[in-house]
Design a protein around this ligand. Structure first.
Ligand code: FAD
Length: 300
């Protein structure tokens, strides 16, 4: 609970906010508290007002997040579109705040005459989410371009941290406990920005042809196992179009589970479990989930 939501805080605190409005699967029950910070300083002040044992969950664009139907007991920190400073600094370093959408940063980088940010165009999440997941696409990965990050801890202190302080692997990042990303500094190569913009468009067109871009999903549900593809294994088990409730394994890309018809989070979670069990039973491979699951199960 918030100890003292004083007049010093400029952001907005909302109670019982439906998380279905903030996740790309369009499911999820209410968050007890949902905070929209005015800026990083405001967020730091807010965090310092929280009780030490109050659970906090940071959310960007919710594009890799399944929030269960019972919702979230604790406080959601929303960054999307709120922490959105974007700056080209003197030394050709780009500083981007955590709530910026990755495709916006990709375009900014190209328009300033740099190359190498094309992969960001394919990630429908925020910079904060990309840092947390080491998001990647088209052969590029977030942390390859990071020089340093700025984090906030539970008491609202700001830290500058460097890649060497994190363990960074495929779609997984671990580092100092109880700290979250509020900004990052990136370095890209000088190059032909126009060509970079063109490449982004080509890559996105290619992707739209192979993924169910217009249906609610969280992208790939499982990480690819070494030397194989989760989608290939799922398809080989005959699971394309397999349905539980309103959740369905996409016909276009078997590693995508889509909200085909008013799915609940329970439908989606049950289907994730079913796919995982089936692949293990038939192929002997244990898939590792990429999508994060948070919140309480619905208690009718
Ligand atoms: C159609 C589609 C295609 C996709 N394609 C790709 C792809 O090609 N490559 C890829 O890597 N991913 C892909 N994704 C998945 C997703 O977009 C990425 O994982 C993205 O980085 C998540 O960002 P987000 O802001 O939506 O994070 P959220 O889903 O909001 O959060 C994801 C996790 O990050 C944590 N988090 C969020 N913000 C912060 C922060 N500021 N500090 C610390 N932790 C934070 C959350 O607590 C949560 O644990 C795709 C998703 C969709 C829907």
């Amino acid at each position: 609970m918030v100890k003292d939501f004083s007049a010093n805080i400029r952001g907005e605190l909302i109670h019982d906010e439906p998380m279905s409005k903030h996740t790309s699967w369009r499911v999820g029950g209410p968050a007890d508290c949902y905070f929209k910070p005015a800026d990083i300083r405001d967020l730091a002040t807010f965090l310092a007002t929280l009780e030490n044992d109050d659970p906090i969950y940071w959310v960007g664009l919710g594009s890799n997040l399944l929030v269960r139907d019972g919702g979230i007991r604790g406080t959601v920190i929303m960054t999307n579109g709120l922490l959105n400073g974007l700056l080209l600094m003197d030394d050709d370093v780009i500083r981007a705040e955590a709530g910026l959408a990755c495709p916006k940063v990709a375009k900014f980088v190209a328009k300033n005459g740099f190359e190498g940010a094309e992969f960001f165009a394919g990630i429908p999440g925020t910079i904060g989410g990309a840092l947390a997941m080491n998001a990647g696409a088209f052969g590029g990965e977030t942390w390859e371009k990071v020089i340093s990050v700025e984090t906030l801890d539970r008491d609202g202190n700001v830290h500058e941290r460097f890649p060497s302080e994190y363990e960074i692997t495929y779609r997984n990042v671990s580092g100092p406990e109880n700290e979250w990303f509020v900004a990052a500094k990136f370095k890209f190569e000088k190059g032909d920005g126009e060509a970079s913009l063109k490449r982004m468009k080509e890559l996105l067109d290619k992707r739209n042809a192979t993924q169910p871009a217009n249906q609610p999903s969280c992208g790939s549900v499982f990480r690819n196992p070494e030397n194989d593809y989760a989608a290939r294994l799922i398809e080989a088990c005959g699971l394309k179009r397999y349905r539980i409730g309103g959740a369905e394994v996409s016909e276009k890309h078997a590693n995508f589970i889509i909200n085909a018809d008013n799915a609940t989070a329970t439908d989606i979670e049950s289907l994730i479990e079913y796919v995982s069990e089936t692949v293990e039973r038939q192929k002997g491979i244990q898939l590792i989930r990429e999508a994060h699951i948070i919140g309480d199960k619905y208690d009718a």
